[in-house]
Design a protein around this ligand. Sequence first.
Ligand code: FAD
Length: 818
Amino acid sequence: MKSHARVVVIGGGVVGVSTLYHLALKGWSDVVLLERSELTAGSTWHAAGLLPLFNMSYTVGQLHKYSVDLYKRLPAETGQDVSFHVTGNLRLATNRDRMDEYQKYCGTANTIGVPFQVIGPGQVRELWPLAEIGGGADTPAIIGALYHPDDGHIAPADLTMALRKGARSRGAEIHEQTEVTAVKRTPSGEWHLTTTKGDIVAEHVVCATGNYARQTGRLFGINVPSIPVEHQYIVYDESPELKAYRQQGGRELAVLRESDQSYYLREERMGWILGPYEAGAPARFADGVPDWFGKSLFEGDLERLLPHVEAAQRRVPSLANCGIKDIVNGPIAYTPDGSPLVGPAWGARNLWLNEGHSFGITAAGGSGWQLAEWIVEGEPGIDMMAVDPRRYGPYTSKRYVVQKNEETYRNVFVIHYPDEERADARPAKTSPIYDKLQRLGAVFGQRYGWERANWFAPPGVPAVDKWSFRRSNYFEHVGNEARHLRQHVGVIDLTPFTKHEVTGPGAEAWLDSLVANKVPSKIGRIALCHALTRRGGIRSEFTITKIADEHYYVVSAGAAERYDSDYLQQHLPSSGVSLRNITMSRGCFVVAGPRARDVLAKLTDLPLDNAAFPWLTGQVAEVGLAVDVYLLRVNFVGALGWELHFPIEYAHHLFDAIFEAGGEYGIAMAGMRAMESLRLEKSYRMWGTDLSPDYTPYEAGLDRFVRLNKGPFIGKEALERQLKNGVPHRFITFEVHGVTDADPLGNEPLFDTKGNLVGRATAGYYGATLGKSLGLGYVKPDFAAVGSELQIQILGETKRITVLVDSPYDPQNKDLRA
Ligand SMILES: Cc1cc2nc3c(=O)[nH]c(=O)nc-3n(C[C@H](O)[C@H](O)[C@H](O)COP(=O)(O)OP(=O)(O)OC[C@H]3O[C@@H](n4cnc5c(N)ncnc54)[C@H](O)[C@@H]3O)c2cc1C
């Protein structure tokens, strides 16, 4: 083994080998993979080899698509067959919500170019003659299905070997029986790895260790939120009926997924493989994989699978005539949200994760492709936030991960409602006033571990969500919250905001080098600033306030705490600037609406009139009994209002004082869904959905927050190039006509009037105070003019849309300046 490599990949499963292959493909040949046992010895060898293109995530969908395309090319490139059976994939639906889910997915598939068909029961019968269409008491009728003609199943070990060949032919080295046992940093900042076969120093390390992710993480001092869960499939003997069908010339049947019964079924040597996702599957190896496990399996637990076996037999009666040959029960890596961890680790330079894969055979190609791009080019080619390891924070305790992973596993096949909020491991992280909000009828959701009130059930209304792809039980109440805030005054608890304090003589210059806008130089000024990628895409959004000389307060999205904190930390100069993450020590309430000034005037002696306290300024104030409150005249709902960022110990006092002062104006809480409705009416872009690395500030219509004439900042050259070459997309706000019960929600395709795809929606909701169904999105520039008529597809129905002015509510910002 050589003593130095540019990159060392730890782990020789399909994911590690794919990463190695893609690094070599990008021209980095000085790359080495270390495997403690033999290639595929982890979960890869026993995987069922299914390659489902279906995924509700825009990012993961693109990774899976890349994989499927790559796996078709690999045999010709490497000379190694991978047994890719392109059988197609049929997902059955037996109720309307399931069809809605498929239709919602089709929007995403359309925008990323994945071929699919939505078919009826008659076509299901043609494609799958051995299945019952149903309609009996215990076999629900199939009302439709989603069909992917392009995917199927593959031999995972052969795939790994093909990737291995492709990597080695480009100079990559692979060492088996070589376990990484210790890690340290060299004085020059490289990684020194101790292995069972000697030492090696590397510039970059990629961890792709599957079920070992947590113990590998510990070597590097990080807590990786991936813990495997038991997963089983049953291998059946030959089926006489299947054999007869095939002997009569029938083609290999598509992989069948009966989502409503939580199982898949595919052909295997004239018999079947049946894979349920059952309740009660336990998490394993939370404290690490024991030495005795090696290349082994757990004992099968048929009892747990029986309800799914029976359901499958009802759908495919001939299954009952087959004997069970084997039960494969292996560990399958999971994360709390079911998506993998692909990208940089936090707190350490040049440490990369490609861990937590539960569909790793399917995702290996795509994740290796983007991770190699990230390592070699410095950033990925597509928006990877949905799989970025830094989407999790320090809250992922062992018990949290165990509970969430078990929940995610048994919910693989549930209907993925857009407003779904799962119950396990909650409440964990709460704002101090959580109990008060609960007493006010809050219906909570969870984001980044935080409990957030989505809406408030009025007295007598059950405080529960009825999840749906359409307007649901909370529609009216969310609308009332939004209208109340616009007409009177409302409070929103935004305590989860990410908050940093940047101080020191170099603070202003440093922040200026990170963002496209000019950081305020006058005390009390507030600026909306975007950190860009080198390609000019939007990486982060910061609201920056100059609190005092050499003192900035930097606020960003609650879910971006580790993502932003790590970025700031990594760019911190060695002297002159000090950075503190103060997220947990400050709370935030928004007081907004025409009466906001009247409410706050009772609590502070500061004059709040426009001359003394104009829009987009902030002051440090005493409010009620609280000291050191940052009063910022900004908000995300487009109303007269202030954000109060206060020392956390004043949360209860301030909440009570605000409600007491606001009593005479009918002050009321508003939740996250009302905020969504209000911000859409103002065309306010949301980081993480409307703003992403896929689009520059020019595409996002944020030109006024870019100062090309200020000095260098990350992404500046890319913006200059884009201005010269033309801006490929434009941001639009649009109204959807003829909506009865399904508003856009994001990821719907946008078409011109002739049906050509011209863009995509990134968000949508009902604008309660305008009484319009609204959406935000990106289109080709020719279609962005106000008044343009376009079309959108929502849950399979085509609707007419009209492009509106940016900020259809109060375009002159009169409310904000009132
Ligand atoms: C029963 C079952 C069926 C499945 N079916 C499918 C399917 O149909 N489709 C699909 O997409 N996915 C499926 N999966 C999931 C799939 O198997 C995994 O997602 C995939 O194999 C993960 O690959 P990996 O490379 O990340 O991990 P692994 O294959 O587990 O590889 C990790 C490797 O790292 C090595 N390693 C760990 N620590 C060290 C160290 N310190 N030094 C050196 N080497 C180390 C291990 O020995 C191991 O070989 C299934 C899983 C199970 C359990």
